[in-house]
Design a protein around this ligand. Structure first.
Ligand code: NAD
Ligand code: TYD
Length: 349
Protein backbone atom coordinates (compact mmCIF):
# COMPACT_ATOMS: atom_id res chain seq x y z
CA UNK A 1 0.00 0.00 0.00
CA UNK A 2 1.15 3.53 -0.80
CA UNK A 3 1.11 5.72 2.32
CA UNK A 4 0.76 9.52 2.18
CA UNK A 5 3.33 9.90 4.98
CA UNK A 6 5.80 7.52 6.62
CA UNK A 7 6.13 8.84 10.16
CA UNK A 8 8.93 7.70 12.45
CA UNK A 9 7.74 7.91 16.06
CA UNK A 10 10.67 7.39 18.44
CA UNK A 11 10.03 6.11 21.95
CA UNK A 12 6.64 4.78 20.90
CA UNK A 13 6.74 1.94 23.44
CA UNK A 14 6.99 4.37 26.36
CA UNK A 15 4.27 6.08 28.34
CA UNK A 16 3.45 9.11 26.17
CA UNK A 17 4.71 7.55 22.92
CA UNK A 18 2.23 4.67 23.16
CA UNK A 19 -0.66 7.14 23.45
CA UNK A 20 0.63 9.13 20.46
CA UNK A 21 1.00 5.93 18.38
CA UNK A 22 -2.52 4.79 19.30
CA UNK A 23 -4.00 8.14 18.30
CA UNK A 24 -2.12 8.34 14.96
CA UNK A 25 -2.65 4.68 13.96
CA UNK A 26 -6.39 4.87 14.64
CA UNK A 27 -6.98 8.34 13.21
CA UNK A 28 -4.77 8.37 10.10
CA UNK A 29 -5.10 5.16 8.10
CA UNK A 30 -3.24 6.76 5.17
CA UNK A 31 -0.08 7.25 7.27
CA UNK A 32 2.37 4.47 7.99
CA UNK A 33 3.47 4.74 11.63
CA UNK A 34 6.92 3.32 12.34
CA UNK A 35 7.54 2.86 16.06
CA UNK A 36 11.31 3.05 16.63
CA UNK A 37 12.25 2.11 20.18
CA UNK A 38 15.19 0.54 21.99
CA UNK A 39 12.89 -1.06 24.59
CA UNK A 40 14.76 0.14 27.65
CA UNK A 41 13.28 -0.57 31.10
CA UNK A 42 10.67 2.13 30.26
CA UNK A 43 9.61 0.71 26.88
CA UNK A 44 7.01 -2.01 26.75
CA UNK A 45 5.29 -3.38 23.63
CA UNK A 46 2.39 -4.55 25.85
CA UNK A 47 1.42 -0.85 25.84
CA UNK A 48 0.48 -1.24 22.17
CA UNK A 49 -1.33 -4.59 22.13
CA UNK A 50 -4.48 -3.02 20.69
CA UNK A 51 -2.75 -1.60 17.58
CA UNK A 52 0.07 -4.09 16.96
CA UNK A 53 -1.78 -5.79 14.08
CA UNK A 54 -2.96 -2.60 12.36
CA UNK A 55 -1.94 -2.50 8.68
CA UNK A 56 -0.48 1.01 9.04
CA UNK A 57 1.71 0.18 12.08
CA UNK A 58 5.14 -1.39 12.28
CA UNK A 59 7.65 -1.76 15.12
CA UNK A 60 11.40 -1.50 14.59
CA UNK A 61 13.73 -2.10 17.50
CA UNK A 62 16.65 0.32 17.45
CA UNK A 63 18.74 2.83 19.31
CA UNK A 64 18.57 6.53 18.39
CA UNK A 65 22.23 6.80 19.46
CA UNK A 66 23.26 4.46 16.64
CA UNK A 67 23.54 6.30 13.33
CA UNK A 68 23.45 2.90 11.55
CA UNK A 69 20.11 1.98 13.20
CA UNK A 70 18.64 5.39 12.41
CA UNK A 71 19.90 5.50 8.82
CA UNK A 72 18.61 1.96 8.20
CA UNK A 73 15.09 2.81 9.35
CA UNK A 74 15.03 6.10 7.40
CA UNK A 75 15.93 4.22 4.21
CA UNK A 76 13.80 1.14 4.77
CA UNK A 77 10.57 3.12 5.27
CA UNK A 78 11.40 6.27 3.27
CA UNK A 79 10.67 8.31 6.38
CA UNK A 80 8.91 11.61 5.57
CA UNK A 81 8.37 12.93 9.12
CA UNK A 82 9.58 12.38 12.67
CA UNK A 83 7.81 12.72 16.00
CA UNK A 84 10.63 12.38 18.51
CA UNK A 85 9.75 11.17 22.00
CA UNK A 86 12.52 8.67 22.82
CA UNK A 87 14.36 9.80 25.92
CA UNK A 88 15.60 8.93 29.34
CA UNK A 89 12.82 10.65 31.27
CA UNK A 90 13.18 10.23 35.04
CA UNK A 91 14.78 13.05 37.06
CA UNK A 92 15.82 10.77 39.95
CA UNK A 93 17.66 8.43 37.60
CA UNK A 94 19.39 11.44 35.99
CA UNK A 95 20.71 12.44 39.42
CA UNK A 96 22.12 8.95 39.95
CA UNK A 97 23.64 8.69 36.45
CA UNK A 98 23.59 11.66 34.04
CA UNK A 99 25.56 10.02 31.21
CA UNK A 100 22.69 7.91 29.82
CA UNK A 101 20.73 11.17 29.61
CA UNK A 102 23.49 12.89 27.65
CA UNK A 103 23.71 9.93 25.28
CA UNK A 104 20.03 9.36 24.51
CA UNK A 105 18.62 12.85 24.94
CA UNK A 106 21.44 14.85 23.36
CA UNK A 107 23.48 12.53 21.12
CA UNK A 108 20.40 10.52 20.09
CA UNK A 109 18.49 13.67 19.15
CA UNK A 110 21.40 15.03 17.08
CA UNK A 111 21.69 11.66 15.31
CA UNK A 112 18.04 11.86 14.28
CA UNK A 113 18.42 15.47 13.17
CA UNK A 114 21.43 14.47 11.03
CA UNK A 115 19.49 11.64 9.39
CA UNK A 116 16.55 13.95 8.60
CA UNK A 117 18.88 16.65 7.26
CA UNK A 118 20.74 14.26 4.98
CA UNK A 119 17.59 12.49 3.73
CA UNK A 120 15.06 15.28 3.21
CA UNK A 121 15.67 17.36 0.10
CA UNK A 122 12.86 19.91 0.51
CA UNK A 123 10.86 21.52 3.31
CA UNK A 124 7.82 19.30 2.80
CA UNK A 125 8.51 17.37 6.02
CA UNK A 126 8.15 17.81 9.78
CA UNK A 127 10.58 16.98 12.58
CA UNK A 128 8.47 17.39 15.73
CA UNK A 129 10.59 17.39 18.88
CA UNK A 130 8.69 16.58 22.08
CA UNK A 131 10.14 18.30 25.13
CA UNK A 132 9.35 19.30 28.67
CA UNK A 133 8.55 22.45 30.66
CA UNK A 134 11.41 21.47 32.99
CA UNK A 135 13.85 23.21 30.59
CA UNK A 136 12.54 26.55 31.95
CA UNK A 137 13.73 25.80 35.48
CA UNK A 138 11.83 26.44 38.69
CA UNK A 139 9.10 29.04 39.30
CA UNK A 140 8.44 30.98 42.51
CA UNK A 141 4.85 31.39 43.73
CA UNK A 142 3.84 33.65 40.85
CA UNK A 143 4.02 33.44 37.07
CA UNK A 144 3.80 30.84 34.33
CA UNK A 145 6.29 29.47 31.81
CA UNK A 146 5.77 31.05 28.39
CA UNK A 147 7.39 30.03 25.10
CA UNK A 148 9.67 33.08 25.48
CA UNK A 149 10.79 32.24 29.05
CA UNK A 150 14.58 31.86 29.21
CA UNK A 151 15.91 28.36 29.59
CA UNK A 152 17.23 27.61 33.09
CA UNK A 153 17.44 23.81 33.47
CA UNK A 154 18.53 22.60 36.88
CA UNK A 155 18.50 18.78 36.88
CA UNK A 156 20.68 16.58 34.66
CA UNK A 157 17.43 15.44 32.97
CA UNK A 158 16.25 18.97 32.18
CA UNK A 159 19.77 20.04 31.16
CA UNK A 160 19.85 17.20 28.63
CA UNK A 161 16.38 18.07 27.29
CA UNK A 162 17.32 21.78 27.08
CA UNK A 163 20.41 20.83 25.12
CA UNK A 164 18.34 18.74 22.72
CA UNK A 165 15.92 21.66 22.24
CA UNK A 166 18.86 23.94 21.40
CA UNK A 167 20.13 21.47 18.80
CA UNK A 168 16.67 21.24 17.21
CA UNK A 169 16.52 25.04 16.93
CA UNK A 170 20.10 25.12 15.63
CA UNK A 171 19.19 22.70 12.82
CA UNK A 172 16.26 24.96 11.90
CA UNK A 173 18.32 28.16 11.85
CA UNK A 174 21.51 26.72 10.37
CA UNK A 175 20.24 24.16 7.86
CA UNK A 176 16.58 25.14 7.42
CA UNK A 177 15.38 21.75 8.75
CA UNK A 178 11.56 21.97 9.08
CA UNK A 179 11.20 21.53 12.86
CA UNK A 180 8.37 22.04 15.33
CA UNK A 181 8.71 21.81 19.10
CA UNK A 182 6.46 21.37 22.11
CA UNK A 183 7.20 21.73 25.82
CA UNK A 184 4.68 19.98 28.04
CA UNK A 185 3.99 19.85 31.77
CA UNK A 186 3.78 16.60 33.82
CA UNK A 187 1.58 13.95 32.21
CA UNK A 188 -0.55 11.34 33.95
CA UNK A 189 -2.76 8.47 32.75
CA UNK A 190 -2.58 4.80 31.84
CA UNK A 191 0.68 2.91 31.10
CA UNK A 192 2.75 5.31 33.24
CA UNK A 193 5.86 3.57 34.60
CA UNK A 194 5.60 3.32 38.39
CA UNK A 195 8.82 5.17 39.12
CA UNK A 196 6.98 8.49 38.63
CA UNK A 197 4.91 9.97 41.47
CA UNK A 198 1.31 9.12 40.50
CA UNK A 199 1.69 5.48 39.42
CA UNK A 200 4.22 4.82 42.20
CA UNK A 201 1.79 6.08 44.83
CA UNK A 202 -1.16 4.13 43.39
CA UNK A 203 0.91 0.93 43.35
CA UNK A 204 2.21 1.48 46.89
CA UNK A 205 -1.28 2.18 48.26
CA UNK A 206 -2.57 -1.03 46.67
CA UNK A 207 0.32 -2.93 48.31
CA UNK A 208 0.08 -1.02 51.63
CA UNK A 209 3.65 0.23 51.24
CA UNK A 210 4.95 3.64 52.48
CA UNK A 211 4.21 6.62 50.19
CA UNK A 212 7.52 8.52 49.94
CA UNK A 213 7.04 12.30 49.84
CA UNK A 214 10.21 14.25 49.11
CA UNK A 215 10.86 17.16 51.51
CA UNK A 216 7.69 18.79 52.79
CA UNK A 217 5.55 17.83 49.82
CA UNK A 218 4.94 21.47 48.94
CA UNK A 219 6.53 21.32 45.46
CA UNK A 220 4.01 22.07 42.73
CA UNK A 221 3.46 20.34 39.40
CA UNK A 222 0.95 21.18 36.62
CA UNK A 223 -0.65 17.86 35.62
CA UNK A 224 -2.04 17.07 32.16
CA UNK A 225 -4.01 14.00 30.97
CA UNK A 226 -1.65 12.11 28.64
CA UNK A 227 -4.28 11.78 25.89
CA UNK A 228 -4.61 15.58 25.87
CA UNK A 229 -0.86 15.77 25.30
CA UNK A 230 -1.18 13.29 22.41
CA UNK A 231 -3.96 15.49 20.92
CA UNK A 232 -1.71 18.54 21.28
CA UNK A 233 1.09 16.73 19.41
CA UNK A 234 -1.43 15.88 16.67
CA UNK A 235 -2.49 19.52 16.17
CA UNK A 236 1.04 20.92 16.42
CA UNK A 237 2.41 18.30 14.02
CA UNK A 238 -0.32 19.09 11.48
CA UNK A 239 -1.04 22.79 11.98
CA UNK A 240 1.83 24.33 13.95
CA UNK A 241 4.20 26.75 12.25
CA UNK A 242 7.61 25.50 11.15
CA UNK A 243 10.32 26.78 13.50
CA UNK A 244 7.85 27.51 16.32
CA UNK A 245 7.49 26.00 19.77
CA UNK A 246 4.29 25.53 21.74
CA UNK A 247 3.75 25.13 25.47
CA UNK A 248 1.29 22.42 26.50
CA UNK A 249 -0.28 22.34 29.96
CA UNK A 250 -3.47 22.06 31.91
CA UNK A 251 -3.56 25.11 34.28
CA UNK A 252 -3.82 22.41 36.92
CA UNK A 253 -1.38 23.00 39.74
CA UNK A 254 -1.18 20.67 42.72
CA UNK A 255 1.24 20.39 45.60
CA UNK A 256 2.58 16.85 45.83
CA UNK A 257 1.10 16.34 49.28
CA UNK A 258 -2.42 17.45 48.23
CA UNK A 259 -2.24 15.19 45.20
CA UNK A 260 -1.11 12.18 47.23
CA UNK A 261 -3.84 12.81 49.86
CA UNK A 262 -6.38 12.94 47.04
CA UNK A 263 -5.15 9.59 45.68
CA UNK A 264 -5.37 8.14 49.20
CA UNK A 265 -9.04 9.18 49.41
CA UNK A 266 -9.94 7.77 45.99
CA UNK A 267 -8.32 4.48 46.92
CA UNK A 268 -9.82 4.32 50.46
CA UNK A 269 -13.14 4.18 48.68
CA UNK A 270 -12.19 1.90 45.76
CA UNK A 271 -10.39 -0.62 47.98
CA UNK A 272 -13.10 -0.52 50.68
CA UNK A 273 -10.67 0.69 53.29
CA UNK A 274 -11.49 2.86 56.34
CA UNK A 275 -11.62 6.58 55.58
CA UNK A 276 -8.08 7.95 56.27
CA UNK A 277 -6.47 4.50 56.29
CA UNK A 278 -4.29 5.09 53.22
CA UNK A 279 -3.07 8.51 54.46
CA UNK A 280 -1.30 6.72 57.28
CA UNK A 281 1.09 5.33 54.64
CA UNK A 282 2.41 8.84 53.84
CA UNK A 283 6.09 9.06 54.78
CA UNK A 284 8.18 12.21 54.43
CA UNK A 285 11.64 11.32 53.12
CA UNK A 286 14.87 13.16 52.24
CA UNK A 287 14.28 15.80 49.59
CA UNK A 288 15.39 15.30 45.99
CA UNK A 289 18.69 17.12 45.29
CA UNK A 290 18.01 20.43 43.48
CA UNK A 291 14.24 19.80 43.67
CA UNK A 292 12.44 22.32 41.43
CA UNK A 293 9.81 24.17 43.48
CA UNK A 294 7.06 24.82 40.96
CA UNK A 295 6.19 24.22 37.30
CA UNK A 296 3.21 25.91 35.64
CA UNK A 297 2.51 26.37 31.96
CA UNK A 298 0.86 29.12 29.95
CA UNK A 299 -0.63 27.19 27.00
CA UNK A 300 -2.54 30.17 25.55
CA UNK A 301 -0.52 30.23 22.29
CA UNK A 302 -1.56 26.63 21.54
CA UNK A 303 -5.16 27.36 22.54
CA UNK A 304 -5.50 30.61 20.56
CA UNK A 305 -3.52 29.69 17.44
CA UNK A 306 -4.36 26.00 17.08
CA UNK A 307 -7.64 25.65 19.00
CA UNK A 308 -6.41 22.98 21.44
CA UNK A 309 -7.71 22.72 24.98
CA UNK A 310 -7.62 20.06 27.70
CA UNK A 311 -10.59 17.69 27.50
CA UNK A 312 -10.89 16.37 31.02
CA UNK A 313 -10.94 17.62 34.63
CA UNK A 314 -8.06 16.40 36.79
CA UNK A 315 -10.22 14.68 39.43
CA UNK A 316 -12.02 12.73 36.70
CA UNK A 317 -8.76 11.82 34.91
CA UNK A 318 -7.17 10.73 38.17
CA UNK A 319 -10.07 8.42 38.93
CA UNK A 320 -9.85 6.91 35.41
CA UNK A 321 -6.12 6.44 35.95
CA UNK A 322 -6.65 4.68 39.29
CA UNK A 323 -9.27 2.41 37.65
CA UNK A 324 -6.80 1.51 34.89
CA UNK A 325 -4.16 0.46 37.42
CA UNK A 326 -6.69 -1.56 39.43
CA UNK A 327 -7.86 -3.32 36.26
CA UNK A 328 -4.37 -3.95 34.84
CA UNK A 329 -2.57 -5.69 37.68
CA UNK A 330 -0.85 -8.03 35.23
CA UNK A 331 0.80 -5.04 33.48
CA UNK A 332 1.85 -3.61 36.84
CA UNK A 333 3.22 -6.96 38.05
CA UNK A 334 5.21 -7.35 34.86
CA UNK A 335 6.83 -3.91 34.93
CA UNK A 336 7.53 -3.98 38.67
CA UNK A 337 9.25 -7.36 38.71
CA UNK A 338 13.00 -7.85 38.19
CA UNK A 339 15.03 -4.69 37.64
CA UNK A 340 12.35 -2.44 39.16
CA UNK A 341 12.83 -4.11 42.55
CA UNK A 342 16.55 -3.30 42.54
CA UNK A 343 15.88 0.28 41.43
CA UNK A 344 13.25 0.73 44.14
CA UNK A 345 15.45 -0.65 46.91
CA UNK A 346 18.41 1.56 45.94
CA UNK A 347 16.25 4.66 45.54
CA UNK A 348 14.12 4.38 48.69
CA UNK A 349 16.45 2.46 51.02
P1 NAD B 1 9.25 7.04 28.99
O1 NAD B 1 10.48 6.97 29.82
O2 NAD B 1 7.99 6.42 29.50
O3 NAD B 1 9.52 6.36 27.56
C1 NAD B 1 10.70 6.60 26.84
C2 NAD B 1 10.73 5.63 25.66
O4 NAD B 1 11.93 5.90 24.91
C3 NAD B 1 10.80 4.16 26.06
O5 NAD B 1 9.91 3.40 25.26
C4 NAD B 1 12.25 3.77 25.81
O6 NAD B 1 12.39 2.38 25.48
C5 NAD B 1 12.58 4.67 24.63
N1 NAD B 1 14.02 4.92 24.53
C6 NAD B 1 14.86 5.33 25.54
N2 NAD B 1 16.11 5.43 25.06
C7 NAD B 1 16.08 5.11 23.75
C8 NAD B 1 17.05 5.06 22.72
N3 NAD B 1 18.34 5.35 22.96
N4 NAD B 1 16.66 4.73 21.47
C9 NAD B 1 15.36 4.43 21.21
N5 NAD B 1 14.39 4.45 22.14
C10 NAD B 1 14.75 4.79 23.41
O7 NAD B 1 9.06 8.57 28.66
P2 NAD B 1 7.70 9.42 28.52
O8 NAD B 1 7.28 9.86 29.86
O9 NAD B 1 6.77 8.70 27.64
O10 NAD B 1 8.25 10.71 27.76
C11 NAD B 1 8.32 10.75 26.34
C12 NAD B 1 8.90 12.09 25.90
O11 NAD B 1 8.08 13.15 26.39
C13 NAD B 1 10.31 12.35 26.45
O12 NAD B 1 11.05 13.00 25.44
C14 NAD B 1 10.08 13.28 27.63
O13 NAD B 1 11.20 14.12 27.84
C15 NAD B 1 8.86 14.06 27.15
N6 NAD B 1 7.98 14.59 28.22
C16 NAD B 1 7.54 13.75 29.22
C17 NAD B 1 6.66 14.26 30.17
C18 NAD B 1 6.09 13.39 31.26
O14 NAD B 1 5.35 13.89 32.14
N7 NAD B 1 6.32 12.09 31.26
C19 NAD B 1 6.25 15.61 30.11
C20 NAD B 1 6.76 16.42 29.08
C21 NAD B 1 7.60 15.90 28.13
P1 TYD C 1 8.00 12.87 39.07
O1 TYD C 1 6.75 12.08 38.83
O2 TYD C 1 9.30 12.15 39.20
O3 TYD C 1 8.07 13.97 37.92
P2 TYD C 1 9.05 15.28 37.77
O4 TYD C 1 10.17 15.16 38.72
O5 TYD C 1 9.51 15.17 36.35
O6 TYD C 1 8.17 16.45 38.03
O7 TYD C 1 7.79 13.71 40.39
C1 TYD C 1 6.69 14.59 40.56
C2 TYD C 1 6.86 15.29 41.88
O8 TYD C 1 6.73 14.33 42.95
C3 TYD C 1 8.23 15.92 42.07
O9 TYD C 1 8.07 17.14 42.79
C4 TYD C 1 9.00 14.92 42.93
C5 TYD C 1 7.90 14.30 43.77
N1 TYD C 1 8.10 12.87 44.16
C6 TYD C 1 7.97 12.49 45.49
O10 TYD C 1 7.69 13.32 46.40
N2 TYD C 1 8.13 11.18 45.81
C7 TYD C 1 8.43 10.23 44.88
O11 TYD C 1 8.61 9.02 45.23
C8 TYD C 1 8.56 10.63 43.51
C9 TYD C 1 8.89 9.63 42.43
C10 TYD C 1 8.38 11.96 43.18
Amino acid sequence: MQFSKNILITGGAGFIGSHVIRLFVNKYSSYRIVNFDKLTYAGNLENLKDVENASNYVFEKGDICSSDDVQRVFEKYKITDVIHLAAESHVDRSIEGPMDFVMTNVVGTVNLLQAAKSTWKDSNHVFHHVSTDEVFGSLGQEGLFEETTSYDPRSPYSASKASSDHFVRAFFHTYGLPVKMSNCSNNYGSHHFPEKLIPLVINNIVNKKPLPIYGKGDNIRDWLWVEDHARAIDVIFHNGEIGESYNVGGLNEWTNIDLVRHLCKILDQKLNRESGENEQLITFVKDRAGHDARYAIDASKLEKELGWKPSIQFEQGLEKTVDWYLENTEWVDKVTSGAYQTYYENMYK
